[in-house]
Design a binder for this molecule. Structure first.
Ligand SMILES: CC(C)(COP(=O)(O)OP(=O)(O)OC[C@H]1O[C@@H](n2cnc3c(N)ncnc32)[C@H](O)[C@@H]1OP(=O)(O)O)[C@@H](O)C(=O)NCCC(=O)NCCS
Length: 206
C-alpha cells in the first residue's frame, strides 16, 4: 500500500497536461483554496496586481468555484494552477483573460504566490508554456499584457518568454500613493512559432 502511494505521488508529480522545463500547468481544484489563502493576502505580491484589497476566504472560494468550471470559449477566461514539475508544489496561477473567438486574441496574467519562489525562473517557464497553450492548443493569434512600469522582474520574465514592449498606458494604476504607468507588451503567433513551431513543445509535453 505504501509502495503504491509513493508510486502514485511520483507519477502525479511527473505527468501533466502542459509541461515546461520547471513547471506543470494543471486545472485548478477546489482543494487549492487553503494553499491559495496562504500567500494571497501579501502586499509585496499584490502591489503589482489589479487589486490590493484583502480577499476573504469566502471571496476566494467563490472565485475558485468559477475558475474550476471555466470554459475558455464560453467564459472568455482560462486560469490554471502552476506547480513545480518535480515536487508538485503549488506555485501560483496563470490566466488568459478576455479570450476573443472572433479576434483570436487574449490578455495574459500570472502570479507566483510565495515570495520565496520569485526570481527562480518559474515565471519565465510558465509564460512560455501558457503561450504554447494559447497558440498551439487554443489557436489564438495575439496575446497581450499590461504590467506596471516598476515591475522589472515581470518585464524581464515576459521578454525572456518572447513578449515585446509595444506601448505605454499612462498613469493606469494608483498604488501606494502614486500613479504608475503600465507597459503594454504583446506577442504574435508567428513570432512564437519561430521558436516553438507546430510539433514542438516547451518541456517535452506529449
Ligand atoms: C512576475 C513574475 C510572474 C515573474 O516570475 P519569476 O519567476 O519571479 O521570474 P523569473 O525568475 O522567471 O525571471 C525574472 C527575471 O527578472 C530578474 N529579476 C529577479 N528579481 C528581480 C528584481 N527584484 N528586480 C529586477 N529584476 C529581477 C531575474 O534575473 C530574471 O531575469 P533574467 O532571466 O534575464 O536574469 C513573478 O515575479 C510574480 O508573480 N511576481 C508577483 C506578481 C506579479 O508581479 N505578477 C505580474 C503582474 S503583471
Amino acid at each position: 500500500m505504501q509502495f503504491l502511494d509513493i508510486f502514485i505521488f511520483k507519477s502525479s508529480a511527473m505527468l501533466g497536461m502542459y509541461l515546461g522545463e520547471k513547471v506543470n500547468l494543471r486545472a485548478l481544484e477546489l482543494d487549492d483554496l487553503d494553499i491559495v489563502m496562504t500567500h494571497w493576502n501579501n502586499l509585496e505580491l499584490r502591489q503589482y496586481l489589479n487589486s490590493q484589497i484583502p480577499m476573504s476566504r469566502q471571496t476566494e472560494r467563490a472565485w475558485l468555484e468559477r475558475a474550476t468550471t471555466q470554459d475558455p470559449w464560453r467564459d472568455g477566461e482560462m486560469t490554471l494552477a502552476i506547480e513545480d514539475r518535480k515536487s508538485g508544489e503549488f506555485l501560483g496561477t496563470v490566466s488568459l483573460f478576455d479570450i476573443s473567438k472572433q479576434h483570436k486574441r487574449a490578455e495574459f496574467g500570472i502570479a507566483i504566490h510565495n515570495a520565496d519562489n520569485l526570481g527562480k525562473g518559474y515565471g519565465t517557464d510558465t509564460t512560455r508554456v501558457m503561450l504554447w497553450v494559447a497558440f498551439h492548443i487554443l489557436g489564438l493569434n495575439s496575446i497581450y499584457l499590461i504590467t506596471m512600469d516598476g515591475n522589472e522582474r515581470a518585464q524581464k520574465a515576459y521578454k525572456n518568454a518572447g513578449f515585446k514592449p509595444v506601448g505605454v498606458f499612462r498613469q493606469g494604476a494608483y498604488v501606494k500613493g502614486a500613479f504608475h504607468d503600465f507597459v503594454i507588451m504583446d506577442i504574435l503567433k508567428e513570432e512564437f512559432f519561430e521558436t516553438y513551431p507546430p510539433g514542438s513543445s516547451v518541456g517535452n509535453s506529449p
